[in-house]
Design a protein around this ligand. Structure first.
Ligand SMILES: Cc1ncc(COP(=O)(O)O)c(C=O)c1O
Length: 383
């Protein structure tokens, strides 16, 4: 007897077709592989697609992590400085701070949006605070206006790695801080394989990032300061241009899928703040505190059974203050980051991508409803 294998519904899948293939081939045939017209066009077209005003500029770089490093370098963050970072995140923002020789001050997040809590930020500000990195976690806009109110003129870097296409009060994520960054990693809504971008409306910061990404050259052969090579290649940019031209369609499908799954499952979903539209880069929820055993054990068990049933669930994120490179710098004790711990130990990501069919969506809802029955009806992170 032949067994039929159920195909796994993947957590994420890039949205590629023959247009991206043609774009990559066009660059290969041109013979011009770096620092050519594709990168410049990708920068211009991205600004247009996200509705940036004429004062905004974009600098395409090698990935979202280098975008953060260059943003901090442009702000002259260095030894002796403190930079406030949210605890719930992929480690890049914290790594970028450490690699500048500065101290990442790890801050708790809100149990609702999973983003920086402005009140917690206010408690961590010191005369040494040189910058704040606000992550738009999983594509949900951070409360940058709220952070601005407590932080005065401390520069804010908006880490919009996950948030291209998301908006707050009608304005694009990535444009809310003094500098913003995107990632074009394959798990992101728009991808160039590896890739990133720095955005800013402050000309002096934009010029500095442009210089720094290219060995510290202000023009060919004029080296002003030591700089890395963090350039985006022409092939990546050509692929990115096609991807960016599809952003509206990608968002339409992702929002339809995300809205349907969220509406079909009464779980403690990441909250979308009033005035925001999101790209559903990740579809995340938290489990209630289990009656017995640890949060982490209950979550890991759920992820395992969902996968056994063909739904590629995953853990949601990491708690920076629990990772070895940052433990020494977590100025708070564990009890002062309760929400970050709860979210990271009980968070689950469900599949979302543009290739999901309506039967895939129905299957995700059905499997999660059966396997996570204990979590239905819970509304928040319980401490
Ligand atoms: C919040 C955040 N910042 C930065 C990055 C880094 O992006 P990249 O993988 O392009 O270096 C990621 C990647 O997942 C991220 O989630």
């Amino acid at each position: 007897m032949r067994e039929t294998m159920t195909e796994m519904i993947r957590l994420a899948r890039p949205h590629f077709d023959e247009q991206e293939e043609a774009a990559a081939a066009r660059v290969l045939r041109s013979g011009m592989l770096v620092q050519g017209p594709e990168v410049a066009a990708f920068e211009r077209e991205t600004l247009a697609v996200i509705g940036a005003g004429s004062e905004a500029h974009a600098v395409a770089v090698s990935n979202g992590t280098s975008a953060l490093e260059l943003a901090l370098a442009a702000l002259d963050v260095g030894p002796g400085d403190e930079v406030i970072v949210p605890s719930v995140t992929w480690p890049s923002p914290g790594n970028a701070v450490l690699l500048r020789g500065a101290v990442p001050v790890v801050c708790d997040v809100l149990p609702t949006t999973f983003n920086l809590d402005p009140k917690a930020v206010a408690r961590l500000l010191t005369p040494k605070t040189r910058a704040i990195i606000a992550v738009d976690q999983f594509g949900v806009p951070a409360d940058i206006a709220g952070i601005r109110r407590v932080a005065g003129d401390v520069p804010i870097v908006e880490d919009a790695a996950c948030a291209i296409g998301s908006t707050i009060d009608g304005a694009s994520c990535g444009l809310q801080g003094d500098l913003g960054t995107f990632s074009f990693h394959p798990r992101k809504v728009v991808t160039t394989g590896e890739g990133g971008m720095v955005l800013s409306s402050r000309p002096e910061l934009v010029a500095r990032v442009r210089t720094l990404r290219n060995h510290g050259q202000v023009e060919v052969g004029v080296f002003r300061e030591a700089g890395p090579n963090e350039r985006m290649s022409e092939m990546q940019a050509a692929i990115g241009r096609v991807q960016m031209s599809k952003l509206a369609e990608i968002l339409r499908v992702r929002r339809a899928v995300g809205d349907e799954i969220r509406a079909g499952l009464a779980l403690a979903w990441q909250k979308i703040p009033e005035g925001a539209t999101v790209n559903y880069q990740t579809l995340g929820f938290v489990l209630p505190k289990p009656a017995s055993g640890t949060r982490r054990a209950a979550r890991d068990a759920l992820v395992k059974v969902l996968r056994e049933d063909g739904v590629e669930a995953n853990i949601l994120s990491y708690a920076l203050h629990r990772l070895p490179p940052f433990a020494a710098h977590a100025v708070n004790t564990a009890r002062e980051l309760p929400y970050a711990d709860a979210i990271v130990e009980s968070g689950v990501a469900l599949p979302i991508h543009t290739r999901m069919s309506s039967s895939d969506v129905a299957k995700v809802i059905d499997v999660v409803r059966r396997r996570a029955e204990f979590a239905l009806g819970s509304t928040d992170v319980t401490l």
